[in-house]
Design a protein around this ligand. Structure first.
Ligand code: ATP
Ligand code: MG
Ligand code: FE
Length: 344
């Protein structure tokens, strides 16, 4: 099936076209520059930008793919979780398009789409696969029986998401927004062992009660204290080294717990997805530790880890191929859609 996917949960207007498991086009318009001066995404600004970008981005995606809208078999759209006003723009556009074309529409879960996108690169997921989902708003370990089936949550962050930690630390180091890519780049010139920052929820008692949970707010505070102390002493802050040491603390815990989740559940396939999966050190360390443990690692290329329309189209195509019923036309955006709801 030829499926058009629309993503507007945050600041990216993404429109992807997928035929089966083949990616045809992935057009993205971002309002990130408009948010940068505020140091965070401004919901009203994002909604307005989606409204302006929607039609041109749909057109651009069709042009890239060399298909006509009339050829589309189904429309898929992120229905949640995300920013309410931003989601609403995508959902309204998808419904209008589906209605005009006389084709079915699938309201899908943004997080499930971060997982499903990998089929475009690496084919069908082995069943079950463990997934480490790390993004701007979420950090979870899951068991995925099938990309269209309800996931089994193993654990999640008890405070900040991994991406949020990257963004906050970037800010206190005076780097750009969103912080992840800047920290990643700075860390390449830094020494990850320069400071040993705390590894959240890895103490013995935490490994009993919060075995597959994460915590990053203590780490962020530790970095802030360290930086403040340097500043108070009038000593320059070695930004690259602090970035590398912070990043190492995050990816060490993420990969350690992800590999443990695999071994304890008898799963030999790990998928890492979400915006933070674009991180070069996370990709390298995950590969190293999976190799050592005999686990097959699947990580989409960086451009498909951060928000995009192709991931929504990919999940839509999986739903169509699995024979799942489309969403009723009256479905609404749900900013807090639970991770276990794949489609509404
Ligand atoms: P969610 O998927 O939870 O709704 P989101 O859609 O806003 O969140 P994504 O686009 O999936 O977020 O991910 C964005 C996050 O990924 C940001 O926090 C960003 O800093 C982070 N990120 C992007 N690239 C990198 C990188 N190279 N290293 C670390 N973090 C990164
Ligand atoms: Mg974004
Ligand atoms: Fe996302």
């Amino acid at each position: 099936p030829l499926v058009l996917g629309i993503e507007t949960s945050c600041d990216e207007t993404g429109v992807g076209l997928v035929r089966g498991r083949t990616l045809l086009a992935d057009a993205i318009a971002s309002s990130v520059d408009e948010h940068a001066r505020f140091g965070g995404v401004v919901p009203e600004v994002a909604s307005r930008a989606h409204l302006e970008a929607m039609v041109p981005t749909i057109e651009r995606s069709c042009e890239k793919a060399g298909v006509r809208l009339a050829d589309v078999d189904a429309v898929a759209v992120t229905t949640g979780p995300g920013l309410a006003g931003a989601l609403m723009v995508g959902v309204a556009a998808a419904k209008a398009l589906a209605l005009a074309l006389g084709k079915p529409v699938y309201g899908v879960n943004h997080l499930a789409a971060h997982v499903a996108v990998d089929v475009l690169e690496h084919g069908p997921l082995p069943s079950p696969t463990a997934a480490l989902l790390v993004s701007g708003g979420h950090s979870s370990l899951l068991l995925v029986p099938d990309v269209t089936a309800e996931v089994v949550p193993l654990g999640s962050t008890v405070d900040d998401a991994a991406g949020e930690a990257f963004d906050k630390v970037a800010r206190l180091l005076g780097l750009g927004f969103p912080g992840g890519p800047y920290v990643d780049r700075a860390a390449r010139n830094g020494d990850p062992a320069y400071v040993s920052f705390p590894r959240g929820l890895t103490a013995p008692h935490d490994m009993r009660e919060h075995r597959f949970d994460f915590s990053f707010s203590g780490l962020k505070t530790a970095v802030a204290r360290w930086v403040e102390q340097r500043q108070a002493e009038g000593t320059p802050v070695p930004v690259d080294d602090v970035a590398a040491a912070f990043q190492e603390a995050v990816v060490d815990v993420l990969t350690r717990k992800a590999v443990l989740a695999c071994s304890e559940n008898g799963v030999d396939s790990l998928l890492v997805g979400g915006g933070v999966a674009a991180n070069s050190r996370l990709r390298a360390l995950a590969q190293e530790r999976c190799d050592a443990a005999g686990i097959t690692l699947r990580v989409p290329r960086p451009g498909l880890c951060t928000d995009n329309g192709a991931m929504v189209a990919a999940l839509g195509a999986e739903l169509v191929m699995a024979g799942r019923a489309p969403s009723p036309l009256e479905f609404a955006a749900d900013s807090s859609l639970p991770i276990t709801t794949v489609t509404v």
